[in-house]
Design a protein around this ligand. Structure first.
Ligand code: ATP
Length: 502
């Protein structure tokens, strides 16, 4: 356990000296800093309260969570206080930065298996703790896995976490559409039965793929397309051919997490006992293998920002001024993306570009036609994940607090429009004026190999497209009720027979 928490961290900005910026969030910047009286390097997240007046609740929740949690694999706040119109959150300095940043700068193709096993075991220990205390993290992803200078791993960012035991507004938040599209569990998108801790297990599985490949599945698609693909396609997974370098244990572990029916996913506790984690190593191993030789976090952060700015410039001609702002948010991979009509139209108009990329066969993780697969069902194939879950997959009786009496049918019916309906108002005007619509209709047609296109020259720009965080509050009167129907062709929503049914 970290005894640093017993120290008294001062509650005045005068007692801290801010150094360079090392990270950026939606409305926050994170700095390396010195706590002068303690002579200790810390990280300080400075949130501009004037910029986040819509999400004060989220901020309050995050800070509260960060002060209460007590686990070596969770990023805890030393203290927090206001300074002018800013909120300062003082935390341990994680000199390695996030796994996402480490991959972006040094491991674009992902990490080796022992590294992944070690990182994921630490994250899973954090999830066991959180779930055991009734919390769902709801935003598990490589960008929220931080590494300190000694290779210790901590899960961060409780901005959208929820407590299963809350009532009233907080309780309702479990029915809120929240998270980051690529990592979001189907039941969170679908919103038919509510969701529980198992939503984190899905995100954990997606994070495993992210760490293995350097990016999450579907990450180059716009959020709306990611929603549809997640709901309609077979779950992503590690492929026999393409992922030869990974063990059977790893493939099984991922397949166990990425089962569409949440009841068939293992609990975090159960998952921790999976053979895959037996190969996890020490913090020192992480420090030695992935941190050794890295430049200081501030330098890496600056270099990444410069690269993003370059990509923005390169793509300016392609996407025009109008979309610059939202594209920038996508690229940074951090924005609280609002489902507003303009955004939907803008991203929808881009879908064509992604789908025009023909070379998808090497990444078609679930394609039935893929060479090398024989007709016998493969227990490792994600296609079979919904039917043939591994022996560790067991129902977790007391974890599901909602709609237990209405079990998911084995075929897990998929109704994307149903899932999205309550959140958007569709008017004739919207439908008629939605110019990108024609171009989109065929693109939303479910395709056998519509998993993930080959990386291309716009890789960096496109890749983080769907990393934007989505929070949709379903409460009436909160504005932001927008069109969805005109963007989703009827025949797609009528089909309801995605791969999940297979
Ligand atoms: N304690 C820390 N030490 C070092 N870097 C950190 C620390 N906390 C955060 N960062 C960096 O700053 C970035 C932004 O921080 P954080 O995720 O908390 O902001 P946010 O506004 O919640 O972001 P998001 O939009 O993803 O929710 C992180 O991705 C990480 O790279």
């Amino acid at each position: 356990m970290d005894h640093a928490y017993e120290k008294k961290y001062p509650l005045s900005s005068k007692d801290y000296r801010l150094y360079e910026e090392v990270g950026e969030g939606v409305s926050a910047s994170v700095y390396r800093a010195l706590c002068i009286p303690l002579n200790e390097i810390v990280a300080i997240k400075v949130l501009d309260l004037e910029k986040c007046n819509n999400d004060l609740d989220g901020i309050r929740r995050e800070v509260q969570m960060m002060s209460l949690i007590d686990h070596p694999n969770l990023l805890r706040a030393h203290c927090s206080f206001t300074a002018d119109h800013n909120l300062w959150v003082v935390m341990p300095y994680m000199a390695g930065g996030s796994c996402l940043h480490i991959m972006k700068t040094t491991y674009p193709e992902g990490f080796d298996e022992p590294v992944i096993a070690t990182l994921l075991r630490e994250v899973l220990k954090a999830l066991v703790y959180l779930h055991g205390h009734g919390h769902i993290h709801r935003d598990v992803k490589a960008g929220n896995i931080l590494v300190d200078g000694n290779g210790a791993v901590k899960l961060a960012d409780f901005g959208v976490s929820a407590c299963m035991f809350d009532t009233g507004d907080r309780q309702r938040s479990r029915n809120t559409f929240v998270g980051t599209p690529c990592w979001m569990a189907p039941e969170v998108m679908q919103q038919l039965h509510g969701y529980d801790f198992k939503a984190d297990i899905w995100s954990f599985g997606i994070t495993a793929l992210e760490l293995a490949h350097g990016h999450a599945p579907f990450s180059k698609y716009p959020p709306m397309k990611v929603l549809l693909m997640t709901l309609q396609n077979a779950p992503p997974g590690l492929d026999y051919e393409r992922d030869r370098r990974f063990s059977r244990n790893f493939k099984e572990m991922v397949a166990a997490c990425l089962v569409k029916d949440p009841k068939k996913r293992p609990s975090s506790e159960k998952l921790l006992k999976h053979h895959f984690f037996k190969h996890a190593r020490s913090n020192e191993y992480i420090a030695r293998t992935i941190l050794d030789g890295l430049s200081p976090l501030g330098d890496r952060f600056r270099a990444l920002k410069a690269k993003e700015a370059d990509l923005l410039l390169q793509n300016k001609a392609m996407y025009g001024d109008k979309e610059q702002k939202s594209q920038h948010e996508y690229i940074r991979g951090i924005s609280a993306w609002n489902f507003n009509l303009d955004d939907l139209k803008a991203q929808a108009s881009l879908i064509q570009d992604y789908d025009e990329n023909p070379g998808s066969n090497d990444i078609n993780m679930n394609g039935k036609e893929k060479a090398g697969f024989n007709d016998a069902p493969d227990p490792l194939s994600p296609n079979n994940a919904n039917h043939d879950t591994s022996e560790i997959v067991e129902e977790d009786g007391d974890h599901i607090l909602k709609d237990r009496e209405r079990p998911f049918p084995s075929s897990f019916p998929l109704h994307p429009l149903e899932a999205l309906k309550g959140y958007f108002d569709v008017t004739e005007d919207d439908i008629n004026s939605s110019s990108p619509k024609e171009g989109i209709q065929s693109e939303f047609e479910p395709q056998e190999d519509d998993q993930e296109p080959k990386p291309n020259e716009n890789e960096g720009f496109e890749r983080s497209f769907s990393s934007s965080k989505v929070i949709i509050n379903p409460l009436p009167g909160r504005g932001n009720k927008f069109l969805s129907g005109s963007l989703i062709p009827e025949r797609v929503t009528r089909s309801g027979n995605g791969d999940g049914d297979r």
